[in-house]
Design a protein around this ligand. Structure first.
Ligand code: BGC
Length: 663
């Protein structure tokens, strides 16, 4: 009942605010009514009556780096005992071995199944949370499965995997970092390593040990719904950040999965799961590049892409998986299939299993069909369609990674307390220390694209209006892969600081105010956003400010832009989106333009830090920004690169200090 009431109140709040911006002549509410005990949206305009003034300087910027105390973990110093692995492998039956090759979804498997089938791994697909979504209940759920695995005939612990792709983002109250595209704009390996480490610690609070990250696809066409999961269109930029992030995760015992091998970012027209039409040289020159860095960093696992290269599905490509990735590049971790991806291969299920395993897939993410998979694989070994050597190779790889994750270490399970190794909540989860790094990441990810008429930095003595649903909506600022697979434009999706709240906090104790009514201010920050989406749901080849993935209130916000300009106000556009949007005729009405990507839970503080000039802009565009729809798909690798259809080239990023240090 309580949940229902909260839902109704939220609906009414959302509805009333949506109405409040329907016309340029409507007076909007000046109070952020979304405040809840879970959020930090508690600062109100009462702060404006204070008389203390804090001057903003544009010449002396703060440059501190949030520290992270790395205390190490129990599997830090582990050296694999290969005799142990070989003896263990030799002791397993075929059934036990094939069980180890399975990854089942937690809702598709019981604890008894885990015991009876010796399952190797469990996953939570996007949003597959325990019924009470908090870190402790994630641990209890994990513990149930882990106990079951240790009661199996092989007694081999499971690996539990989930998509912690911008922090441990399935878990309520986790620290959520900017999505990868923003981290590409920041392009700071040291920051990447700290983010990896914090994400690992927040996973460790749940006891779990495996994340399907980093995504190291090199996006070539921003129509792709997964553009924001990619760090950049530049292979070198992606490669330069890959190793640092993997180090951060794996130094803390959390297995990484570099994905999606290979050329997921190169599909024709940016279609998710589509076909990359290109020569082998192009695959190697662009898409394969970051995998060398991932392997160099010792990545434990690599996930195969749903997509194809010249019509050949990657999950069946013995050439790319066995010959190139394993034999030529020397990858010695295990290869995992993507979620039910083998179902897209030709033939029946038996044929799909045979072709993917023979191509070199070691673990099968078969959330719902794992039982069928076990039966078919055992039959295929019996029929000689899959060799025993291939099975042994796959299982040996899986066991080695389990060893590296510390699952065979004596510190893994404490008999006296019957607990699995985990960090306590206060040590690892959503701590101030973690949030400080996320705030720093937000600051570094911001890209200043235009700044005329001294629109920025804002002064803490002035009255500023902030409009647009994205300014008050945690769900929008976090994007997809947040609590649920697709994310949700829910203002209370998870605790965090909204842009409005962060800006109000910044002017607290000064003469300035932050209001939501454009009549009360000379400068208006207009937040234009995309609504959350994930994977193919986000494919969009128009990318207009009012197109299919845009937030529905954008149209009203744009009307208010025209009104504000007609009144001689300065307009700062703040864009919250997973990729560049086509600004069209509106570009001329913006005095300043800031790209904020999908900045996560600490957006409000990080954005206010830079808009008010306490910190300078340092971010640079990791992707080309098209001028019009013809320019979508144009990037630094395009043979027909045409500057006329590009609004802002790759690498653009102004700062307060210099006009444009990049050009
Ligand atoms: C995505 C992967 C993800 C997996 C598990 C798939 O749909 O392509 O990136 O890791 O689901 O959630």
């Amino acid at each position: 009942m309580k949940k229902l009431l909260v839902g109704i109140i939220l609906f009414l709040t959302t509805f009333s605010t949506a109405c409040a911006v329907t016309s340029a002549t409507t007076t909007t509410s000046t109070t952020d009514t979304t405040t809840s005990s879970e959020t930090t949206q508690t600062t109100t305009q009462t702060t404006t009556s204070n008389t203390t003034t804090t001057n903003t300087t544009t010449t002396s910027f703060l440059t501190d780096t949030a520290p992270v105390n790395y205390e190490g973990s129990y599997c830090d110093e582990l050296v694999v005992d290969y005799d142990y692995i070989d003896n263990l492998l030799a002791s397993l039956t075929l059934e036990e071995k094939v069980g180890q090759m399975m990854q089942a979804e937690k809702n598709g498997v019981s604890n008894n199944d885990v015991t009876n089938y010796n399952l190797g791994s469990i996953l939570s697909g996007g949003g597959s949370a325990p019924s009470t979504n908090d870190a402790y209940n994630w641990y209890l759920m994990y513990k149930g499965f882990q106990d079951a695995a240790r009661n199996s005939s092989s007694e081999i612990p499971i690996i539990y995997g989930l998509d912690a792709v911008h922090g441990n983002n399935n878990v309520y109250r986790a620290t959520m970092f900017p999505h990868n595209i923003g981290l590409g704009a920041a392009n700071d390996p040291d920051l990447m390593e700290r983010i990896g480490l914090i994400t690992a610690r927040e996973i460790r609070v749940t006891g779990m040990n495996y994340t399907f990250a980093p995504m190291i696809g090199v996006v070539q066409d921003i129509s792709w719904g997964r553009t924001y999961e990619s760090l950049s269109e530049s292979a070198d930029l992606v490669a330069g950040l890959t190793g640092a992030y993997i180090d951060g995760l794996q130094n803390y015992c959390i297995g990484a999965s570099a994905k999606h091998f290979v050329a997921d970012g190169g599909t024709d027209g940016g279609h998710d799961q589509g076909n990359a039409i290109m020569t082998e040289e192009e695959v190697r020159a662009i898409h394969l590049v970051p995998y060398y860095d991932a392997i160099e960093a010792g990545v434990y696992t690599i996930m195969i892409s749903y997509s194809s290269i010249n019509g050949e599905k990657m999950h069946a490509s013995e050439y790319w998986i066995q010959d190139v990735l394993k034999d030529e590049m020397g990858f010695d971790g295990f290869v995992i299939s993507d979620y039910e991806a083998i179902h897209q291969l030709p033939g029946d299920y038996y044929a799909q299993l045979v072709s993917s395993i023979n191509a070199g897939v070691d673990m099968l993410m078969e959330p719902w069909s794992w039982k069928d998979a076990i039966t078919n694989i055992i039959a295929a070994v019996g029929a000689g369609d899959i060799s025993m050597n291939r099975i042994d190779d796959a299982v040996r790889r899986i066991l080695i990674i389990k060893y590296k994750m510390g699952l065979f270490s004596e510190d893994f399970y404490d008999e006296s307390t019957q607990t699995y190794y985990r960090l306590s909540y206060s040590e690892g989860f959503s701590t101030d220390e973690n949030k400080a790094v996320a705030r720093e990441a937000v600051r570094e990810s911001l890209v200043l694209l235009k700044n005329e008429n001294n629109a920025l930095p804002l002064s803490k003595d002035q009255d500023v209006a902030v409009i647009g649903e994205g300014a008050v909506n945690i769900g929008i600022q976090c994007g997809g892969w947040t609590i649920g697979w697709q994310g949700d434009d829910n203002r209370s999706l998870t605790p965090g600081t909204t842009i409005l709240a962060g800006m109000r906090e910044a002017v607290s104790g000064t003469n300035g105010t932050v209001v939501q009514d454009i009549y009360e201010a000379d400068t208006v920050v207009v937040v234009l956003s995309e609504n959350p989406y994930a994977e193919y749901y986000g494919d969009n080849d128009t990318l207009t400010l009012t197109g299919p993935t845009a937030t529905s209130t954008n149209a009203d916000v744009l009307e208010q832009v025209l009104y504000a300009k007609s009144e001689g106000k300065k307009v700062v556009a703040l864009i919250l989106a997973g990729r560049p949007l086509i600004l069209g005729q509106y570009e001329q009405f913006f005095d300043a333009i800031v790209m904020a990507w999908l900045p996560g839970t600490e957006a409000g503080h990080g954005i206010a830090d830079v808009l008010y000039g306490d910190y300078d802009f340092t971010g640079k565009l990791p992707v080309t920004w098209p001028k019009n729809s013809t320019g979508i798909g144009m990037n630094i690798n395009s043979v027909n690169y045409n500057p006329d259809v590009v609004l802002y080239p790759f690498g653009t990023g102004l700062s307060y200090k210099e006009e444009n240090p990049w050009t």
